[in-house]
Design a protein around this ligand. Structure first.
Ligand code: FAQ
Length: 310
């Protein structure tokens, strides 16, 4: 029974074509997708918190409006991604519970605090910059709903990256204190941003199979390199120093050499022991509990529509 189905799946992957929700797919392909897309969705939603922290303290009405729009976009990205995950046969409520119980992850980057307003700019520049590097190739991922969500997400992330860069550029043209604030922020976020791409290829259990299935199109180290190469000229234009003494252009490789992030710190953060893990999850749990009445009201309304239609 399954042989022709499996063959059709393999052929679709080999043609670099899309697998769609109603197509047959191996269980492990489905599981890997649920893991990655749900983790991505959770990252968007948890990722609202670090920047949300500065909405009430943005320095002007314009900056506040921009930041509000950006944080709302992240909520939208989370919803596209939860919808894409639901096409694999798992409910959003179930996914939220898995996040809250710690059985599903979200990106390590959102477990670091936002200590100064410059962090809003740095997150836009480096975190959204890293996200774009990682997500542009995911527009060609083999699962249709995920790839289509990524196209729209990437357009919005480009705007986010530019707003961060523009914010930092404005501060760099300001006072010495503002410049120092930007540098201090970049010093804190540089290494965590490099960790967003995941462990080095040699310690990445999922990469090989995800590449065979066309879920991932590049390895973690390939994308990290691309990000460094893209960011160095931007740092120069901005006038900030990236906090890595080993960072230099390698003429032979036509790429930058750079130092290694603290992978011990990375695994600690992934395991839940980062500076803000507990705070982020507690906040999400509170929002979930406080939203219970909305879910109940929506369900009651939906039930009544069904009753009235019989
Ligand atoms: N954080 O074998 P691999 C955004 C886990 S951007 C936490 O290499 P894989 C936009 C990994 O899950 C951020 N955990 O795994 C935004 C696995 O554990 P598991 C979201 C990590 O999947 C900006 C284990 O380590 N973007 O939100 C991390 O092949 C500003 C072994 O790793 C995405 O999720 C990490 N950094 O490669 C929002 C992109 N790295 O699951 C708001 C889509 C690895 O087996 C504000 N995801 N782990 O228990 C991907 O491209 C991949 O999943 C990787 C990891 C590259 C993240």
């Amino acid at each position: 029974e399954e042989a022709p189905l499996e063959e059709a799946f393999e052929q679709t992957i080999a043609r670099n074509d899309r697998i769609e929700p109603r197509d047959w797919m191996p269980d492990d392909y489905r599981k890997t997708l649920i893991r990655q897309i749900a983790q991505h969705a959770h990252s968007e939603i948890i990722g609202m918190q670090p920047e949300g922290n500065w909405i009430t303290r943005a320095p002007s009405l314009r900056r506040k409006a921009v930041l509000l729009a950006k944080v709302q976009d992240e909520a939208g990205h989370g919803l596209y991604l939860y919808s894409a995950t639901e096409t694999l046969g798992v409910s959003r409520d179930d996914l939220t519970r898995r996040l809250l119980s710690g059985t599903q992850k979200y990106s390590s980057i959102f477990n670091y605090p936002t200590l100064s307003y410059a962090d809003v700019g740095t997150i836009g520049w480096l975190v959204d910059g890293a996200a774009i590097c990682n997500q542009v190739p995911l527009c060609r991922t083999s699962f249709g709903p995920y790839g289509r969500a990524m196209i729209r997400v990437c357009k919005e992330e480009s705007f986010h990256q530019r707003q961060g860069y523009e914010l930092l550029m404005t501060m760099m043209r300001g006072t010495d204190e503002q410049r120092a604030m930007v540098q201090e922020s970049v010093d804190r976020f540089w290494w965590p941003a490099l960790m967003m791409f995941g462990p080095p290829d040699g310690d990445s259990p999922n990469t090989e199979r995800s590449m065979t299935w066309g879920i991932k199109r590049h390895t973690n180290d390939e994308l990290r390199q691309k990000f460094v190469d893209m960011t160095v000229p931007q740092a120069k234009a901005l006038g900030v120093t990236l906090p890595d003494p080993e960072l230099r252009w390698n003429d032979e490789r036509q790429a930058h050499d750079f130092g290694s992030p603290d992978w011990e710190e990375f695994w600690q953060v992934v395991k839940g022991n980062g500076p803000c893990n507990a705070q982020r999850l507690a906040h999400r749990q509170r929002a979930y509990d406080e939203g219970a009445w909305v879910r109940e009201a929506a369900m009651a309304y939906a039930d009544r529509q069904v009753d009235e239609n019989v």
